[in-house]
Design a protein around this ligand. Structure first.
Ligand code: ADP
Ligand code: ZN
Length: 516
């Protein structure tokens, strides 16, 4: 049956989604394929449909038992012979799968990667007439990623042994992960590669500097009362405190994090899936495998870890295509925390540098001066027009030449030998005679009091933007003291200028009570 007809008859879809048609054609024709599509983009169809066109059985490697079971159920309902071999199987289920394999009627065989550890499985597959291997969540093969599954490394062997085409799928678009996938799954030979459909035009993008963050989240939720939403939090403790605050404000709210009992986590997942209008305050542990189409909003109470993380997390909203909204909060403490996480991680130096780069990309998005979606999609290799559906398209940022302010700040850092944080540097710039300033004799520095034209909060906004542009970085060996980066030198030397956003500085001035 031709692909178009299968699409309608078996899957019940009128048309392919962006990218699906080309991917399906490549997989059907037996090419090795790597497809990078965002979560919800419709990856499963790209191996399920070819599995039906091709002779023999397609082995699908997936790390998520719940997802495998869902897909098998869906396929069976559509009249397709599919089965799964997972640790969750009953003996009857397993027997049934083997019988169908034996009879040569099975079209799709789902399998957890752990299965590949047994020689019996490989022999069984060798006899089963496998014509295609599909690998879901292929980034799990990346040793540096947080979803690393050691058993994914066995897939390369499986491909060599069976000598059949392999189609790998992932939503992770960063270049390094792709290189690793090509190395580990395809022996370094570049497969036909597709990167498609990263734009999710129905999701409204917005960032805000933290300014009473709990109230910011409560306001955001209050304006969306009764809608399903997720609040991603940087720590487990915060999932609980924020959930409490939201409940007190009259929302139905649960918390969710990796430290909870599996059973409690499952209850939250199930409630979220089934109920309308539930809010879940969660760490990033929540989401992989959640397939709720009508999540109307996603908020980040803290800055995500990288631009990919951000994209995945906001991408859980609005999968039904109806308007959905997001808000990501960030502040200098987040930047410090994320940098520290990278520096204290066990990754080798080049990997850490790449992680800083991914964080910089996110900070660039947070401090963007123009359309956020354009900024985001350019990171993923697409080149769209301004979107009309982000906070900066709604209300363009006011930009000013921040070169002088930035130079003052850099000079304050240098004259104090890069041993201090923003708070003390701001006291110097503003000419505040604090005890610390006097003890260190910093009131005699030429920079003392040169920055009186900005108040404390405006300076905080400037320092945050400087950290966002990676001009200053906290040094953990100096207890988080801000040190100048290479990127800052041309500005200090007068060889480059820098634009800053004025609106965030104004907003900082406007909303008063937090001045220390
Ligand atoms: P992914 O694995 O990329 O996250 P899925 O394969 O689970 O995404 O697909 C996401 C949703 O989109 C599913 O509900 C699926 O049924 C639906 N879908 C996939 N392809 C199409 C299509 N061509 N037309 C309409 N809906 C589709
Ligand atoms: Zn825009």
């Amino acid at each position: 049956m031709p692909a178009d007809k299968l699409l309608a008859d078996v899957f019940g879809f009128d048309a392919f989604r962006p990218g699906q048609k080309d991917i399906v054609a490549a997989v059907v024709s037996g090419q090795n394929t790597l497809a990078i599509m965002p979560t919800g983009g419709g990856k499963s169809l790209c191996f399920q449909l070819p599995a039906l066109v091709r002779d023999g059985v397609t082995v699908v490697i997936s790390p998520l038992i719940a997802l495998m079971r869902d897909q098998v159920r869906g396929l069976r309902e559509a009249g397709v012979s599919a089965g799964a071999l997972t640790s969750g199987n009953t003996q009857d289920e397993t027997d049934e799968v083997f019988a169908a394999l034996e009879a040569g009627t099975l079209k799709l065989l789902y399998m957890a990667p752990e299965r590949l550890a047994s020689g019996g499985t490989i022999n069984m597959l060798r006899r089963a007439g496998v014509s295609l291997i599909a690998v879901d969540e292929a980034h799990c093969v990346s040793q540096w990623g947080h979803d690393f599954r050691p058993d994914y490394l066995r897939i390369g062997d499986l491909r060599r042994t069976l000598d059949v085409p392999l189609a790998a799928f992932t939503a992770t678009a960063d270049a390094e992960t792709q290189v690793e996938i090509v190395q580990k799954l395809f022996d370094g030979v570049q497969p036909a590669t597709f990167l498609r459909g990263f734009d999710r035009p129905n999701i409204h993008l917005a960032f805000a500097a933290k300014d009473g963050p709990r109230a910011q989240i409560l306001n955001f939720a209050a304006a969306r009362k009764g809608q399903s939403g997720i609040v991603y939090c940087g720590t487990r403790a915060k999932t609980e405190t924020l959930a409490r605050a939201l409940n007190e404000a009259g929302h139905q709210t649960c918390h969710y994090h990796g430290g909870m009992e599996a059973e409690d986590r499952r209850i939250v997942e199930r409630r979220f899936q089934q109920e309308d209008g539930l809010i879940v305050c969660a760490t990033v542990a929540f989401g992989m495998g959640i397939d709720k189409p009508d999540i109307r909003w996603v908020a980040h109470a803290d800055l995500p870890k990288s631009i990919e993380g951000y994209y995945q997390e906001i991408g859980r909203a609005g999968r039904d295509g109806a308007p959905a909204e997001t808000l990501t909060l960030f502040g200098p403490d987040d930047i410090r925390y994320r940098r520290q996480q990278i520096d204290e991680g066990l990754a080798p130096a080049d990997r850490r540098a790449a992680d800083h780069g991914r964080l910089n990309a996110l900070l660039g998005l947070a401090e963007a001066l123009h359309c956020r979606r354009k900024n985001l999609l350019e990171y993923f290799g697409e080149s769209p027009e301004p979107c009309g559906n982000c906070d900066l398209c709604d209300k363009p940022a006011e930009i000013f030449d921040g070169t002088t302010a930035v130079r003052m700040a850099l000079s304050a850092a240098l004259r104090t030998e890069e041993w201090f944080g923003a708070g003390h540097l701001i006291d110097i710039l503003r000419g505040d005679l604090t005890d610390k300033v006097q003890q260190r004799g910093h009131d005699s520095l030429p920079t003392f009091g040169v920055g009186k034209e900005y108040d404390k909060r405006q300076w905080q906004a400037i320092f945050r933007q400087m950290m966002g542009h990676d001009l200053l970085r906290p040094d953990r060996e100096r207890h988080g003291a801000l040190r100048m980066t290479e990127a800052a030198r041309p500005i200090l030397r007068g060889e480059a200028t820098i634009e800053l956003r004025r609106d965030s500085i104004r907003a900082a001035r406007g909303s008063g009570p937090k001045v220390k």
